[in-house]
Structure formats: structure tokens, C-alpha cells
Ligand binder design. Structure first.
Ligand SMILES: [Fe+2]
Length: 376
């Protein structure tokens, strides 16, 4: 990363007040009920396994496997050729990034979707190999948003793709915009995060498809499309966006074109979702910048299905969100009544501890290599 002297744009008081007013109104209403009319005809899969390729910790092998209603958790990692990975010469790599391998079955058909690419190509390639996951099996992929900890490792996902082009769904042109990270010691002035290079994506074997509307993913999954801010949650994103740097101005919303820099509202963020037969929705929220509740609400709206079986991924209930927001989100999540909650990546301990208190036995903490299988 390169230090930068450009000053970030302050969020206006008017924007903050408008956001608080909307949040207060939504909060008073509680979690919105799912509408009955679907926006998309979504498929129903017979089963789904989500394996953690990269996340922040590798503690899993010391925990027991679990057989739970509608959920099997496999902790013990196997290497395709060498038995248990816990004592092999090579180790699984954890880092602050997220990459998930989702394999679904529908009748005789299986599909594999890669959700996000973690932070570094080395971690993705290393862990795919150790876990015995073959990149040639990937049917489609989705990038949740344009942050380095989700796209940085894309070059390690497909190995040598040759002429192969795997569909990659992203939520908007702004995924390609340069961003300034407002984190750590440089939080006041920001540090350049870099921009996602679409030519490099093509060379790495990805066929980028920009889909702001809900879309099917490998015929088995669906994306949320743009996630409305419909619950008490606000968009909370520790980056600012540089319109026109890395991204094409013409592809951005008209209101975002005339500024050198903007607070990032995550409008392009997507969640990946499955409808599992007999169970309900499994919503994979990669980073939750638009709000995990908003993401779940959108999955319900798109599918017309209200039953939530599992919510998993990064919920971003850390700064710039507050511990109070994390606890409030846990309380509202409990009202949604998912069977399973699987906090990962950027969720944070405030939410996780509160969710464990409010929904004892229903919070699963996964680690790199763990495989979670959802089937009735
Ligand atoms: Fe993230």
C-alpha cells in the first residue's frame, strides 16, 4: 500500500441525520417481514456444503465434528493425498480475508461456486490444494464487494486457467474503483487500498458480469443484487471511493460521478444465497457493509421465502459500527429466528458473544478448512 496525502471527504451532518432518522423509523418497526412475491424464480437445491477456504483462524482441528438438525460441521481437515492436514509439512493459511467454496446438489447435478478470493493468491492456492479442492470444478464465482481482503487473492483461485473463463458476478462498476482505507494509524488521512484490475481478472480466467439486479449463480444459487438499507442498520464502511480511478465514470450512478472522492456506501455489495429443500434460505454475507439484517431481508425479498436456515459470513459489526450496534443487531437477528448463525471474518466478538447469549447453541464458529453441510 502507498501512503497518500489526499484528504478524505467528511460525511455530511445532513447525511448522518437522514441515516439516523431512517434507522430510527426502521428500528421502531423491527425486522421487516418477508414479502410473499418473489423477485426472482430461485432454484431449490437438495443440499449445500460450504467449506472455508480462507478466514482468520485455523483452530478447527481441535474441535469435534457436529451433527445438528439440518447442519453437519466437519472440523477435521483432510488433505487429498496425505491424510489429516493438521500434522502435514504444509499448513493451511489463515489471513484477514474470506474465501468460501460452496458445492450444491440438485437431483443428479452438482455445482460449485467460489465466493470471494480472500487477501492473497498464495493463501487461496495453498489452501485449495491442501483441502483437495479442484479449481477446474468451479462453475461460477461471486465477488461480494471491492475490498482487497475479498478480491486480493483472485489470481490464486483458478491456477492456470488456459482459455477457460469462469463467470464472475459483481454488483456494480464501483467494485473497480480505487479506495482509500480509513484504518489504523492512517484513519484520518487514509491509505490507498488499490483497485481491482479487470484485465488481470480476465487473465486469471474470470469473465466479469456486472449484475446490480438479483441473478442466478451457476443455476443453483442466487445473488441479492443491490441490498436496500431497510433495517435499523446503516451502511458502515471504513473506506472512501475514488470515482473514475480504476472504474469507468459512465458505469457509476450519476450522483457519484462528479466527486474526486466519496464516502463508500457499499451500494455494489452482494450476498450469495441458496434455498435448501426442507430447510429454507442459507444467506452468505461476505462482509455485511450494507448490514447483515438488510442482506437477509433482501434474500427473503428476492426469493419470496421467509424461512432462514442459516446466516453465515462476515457481518462487520466492528468499527465503524459500535458495540451497541452489534448487540442491537444480535437482538434483531434473534427475532428473524435463523436455525444457525455462522459468524466469520469481520463479524467481531461483540455480536458473536451476544448472539451466543441470546441464541444458545445456535452459533457455530467456523475455522479454515471446516465444511458445513446443510441438508434436511
Ligand atoms: Fe471484509
Amino acid at each position: 500500500m502507498t501512503s497518500r496525502t489526499v484528504q478524505p471527504v467528511p460525511v455530511s451532518r445532513r447525511t448522518v441525520l437522514a441515516g439516523l432518522a431512517a434507522a430510527a423509523a426502521a428500528c421502531a418497526a423491527g425486522p421487516a417481514a418477508a414479502p410473499s412475491k418473489a423477485l426472482l424464480s430461485v432454484p431449490t437445491v437438495d443440499g449445500l456444503s460450504v467449506q472455508v477456504v480462507v478466514d482468520a483462524a485455523t483452530f478447527g482441528p481441535f474441535l469435534p465434528d457436529l451433527e445438528l438438525p439440518g447442519l453437519k460441521v466437519e472440523r477435521t481437515v483432510r488433505v487429498a493425498s496425505a491424510g489429516p492436514a493438521v500434522m502435514s509439512k504444509k499448513s493451511l493459511i489463515a489471513e484477514f480475508g474470506l474465501c468460501l467454496w460452496a458445492r450444491s446438489q440438485k437431483g443428479d447435478a452438482s455445482r460449485t461456486v467460489l465466493v470471494d478470493f480472500a487477501y492473497t493468491p498464495g493463501a487461496v492456492a495453498n489452501n485449495l490444494e491442501l483441502l483437495g479442492l479442484d479449481p477446474s470444478e468451479i462453475d461460477a464465482s461471486m465477488l461480494s464487494h471491492g475490498h482487497l481482503d475479498h478480491y486480493g487473492g483472485f489470481a490464486g483461485a483458478l491456477g492456470n486457467p488456459g482459455d477457460r473463463q469462469v463467470p464472475l458476478i459483481v454488483g456494480g462498476e464501483e467494485v473497480f474503483c480505487e479506495r482509500l482505507a480509513m484504518l489504523g494509524p492512517s484513519a484520518g488521512s487514509g491509505t490507498l487500498m488499490g483497485a481491482l484490475d479487470r484485465d488481470a481478472l480476465r487473465r486469471a480466467g474470470f469473465d466479469v458480469q456486472i449484475r446490480a439486479e438479483p441473478a442466478l449463480l451457476a443455476e443453483h444459487a442466487f445473488t441479492t443484487g443491490t441490498i436496500p438499507l431497510a433495517s435499523a442498520e446503516r451502511a458502515a464502511i471504513p473506506t472512501q471511493m475514488l470515482p473514475g480511478t480504476g472504474c469507468e465514470l459512465a458505469g457509476l450512478a450519476p450522483g457519484k460521478r462528479g466527486f474526486p472522492m466519496l464516502p463508500d456506501d457499499g451500494e455494489h455489495e452482494l450476498a450469495a444465497c441458496y434455498l435448501v429443500r426442507g430447510l429454507g434460505l442459507v444467506v452468505i454475507v461476505s462482509c455485511g457493509h450494507r448490514g447483515v439484517l438488510n442482506s437477509v431481508r433482501r434474500a427473503q425479498e428476492v426469493s419470496g421465502v421467509s424461512q432462514i436456515h442459516a446466516v453465515m459470513g462476515g457481518f462487520h459489526l466492528v468499527r465503524p459500527r459500535t458495540p451497541e450496534e452489534a448487540k442491537e443487531t444480535a437482538a434483531l437477528m434473534a427475532k428473524l429466528d435463523p436455525a444457525w448463525i455462522v459468524p466469520m471474518h469481520c463479524t467481531g466478538e461483540d455480536f458473536t458473544a451476544e448472539a451466543e447469549r441470546l441464541m444458545p447453541g445456535r452459533v457455530i464458529r467456523p475455522y479454515v478448512g471446516n465444511r458445513l453441510t446443510f441438508a434436511a
